[in-house]
Design a protein. Structure first.
Length: 265
């Protein structure tokens, strides 16, 4: 399906960081510009960022990310690879696959949310490799990104779809059936829900299978959450802010620092 956008030069922005091979920007413009042709709705903006690690121990040091505004709806794809061209090729494949899935469910997306069968969203998707964390010494790690936003009131099915569209490993939201701050994340090939105060009997059930953690989120400070993150080796920690009594998420960033997600008041 062709996009309603004529040409990509005016909407596609490429940014290149350190340790990316020469010609990466031109190659990304060619490949991602081609992928945008398959968008099922008008592409309002598209941004591609290429960055790399200088650490020779990193298996896949190149990180490629695309953020596309698809007629007002955000679509995000992120991949890692050993070389710049390989990362761009993977990014193109993942973006085209994402557009195909959106096209299949577009009528449902316009209404409420899609309700496909289990695992359909990942069917035939290009392989996804976990992002490497830059081996920054623990004493040098800081919270370099603090993002505060109004949590969406969603079912687990809606949260899973948003998580897949944005290529996230977890999603912080308010579960609509229980009204509780919650995190949905990938676990053992499926989805698992952690809640500030678990209310499994009130959680809205859908077609996407979700297991629910019975443990409430621990009440800790950010500093204590950092200690817990390093002690467990988990990719993120979901915790209760003692002052606000809301759910926060501290997570590892690809650059070896930390990110913090908090709800707005």
């Amino acid at each position: 399906m062709r996009s309603r956008t004529n040409g990509t030069e005016s909407i596609l922005q490429i940014s290149v960081g350190h340790h990316v091979s020469a010609g990466g920007a031109d190659y990304a413009r060619e490949k991602i510009g081609h992928a945008l042709i398959f968008a099922p709705e008008p592409v309002l903006t598209a941004r591609v960022r290429l960055t790399g690690h200088r650490d020779p121990a990193a298996v896949n040091p190149i990180i490629a990310q695309a953020n596309v505004n698809l007629n007002g709806r955000g679509v995000r794809v992120q991949v890692t690879a050993a070389t710049t061209r390989e990362a761009i090729d993977l990014l193109e494949a993942r973006l085209k696959e994402r557009f195909e899935r959106i096209a299949r469910h577009w009528e449902d997306i316009r209404g409420q949310r899609p309700a496909p069968g289990p695992h359909e969203w990942r069917h035939d998707a290009p392989p996804r490799s976990p992002l490497p964390y830059f081996p920054r010494p623990v004493e040098q790690r800081e919270v370099v990104r603090h993002k505060s936003f109004a949590l969406a009131d969603e079912t687990c099915e809606e949260a899973a779809f948003d998580m897949e569209m944005m290529d996230y490993d977890f999603h912080l939201f308010v579960e609509s059936g229980s009204g509780v701050d919650s995190v949905l994340y990938h676990s053992d090939g499926g989805y698992r829900l952690a809640q500030l105060d678990p209310r499994p009997e009130a959680v809205t059930r859908g077609s996407v299978p979700v297991t629910i953690s019975p443990a409430p989120a621990p009440a800790t400070t950010v500093e204590e959450a950092i200690e817990r993150l390093e002690l467990t080796g988990w990719p993120f920690v979901f915790f209760r802010d003692p002052d606000r009594n809301r759910g926060h998420v501290l997570y590892h960033r690809y650059d070896g620092h930390y990110g913090l997600l908090t709800p707005t008041t």
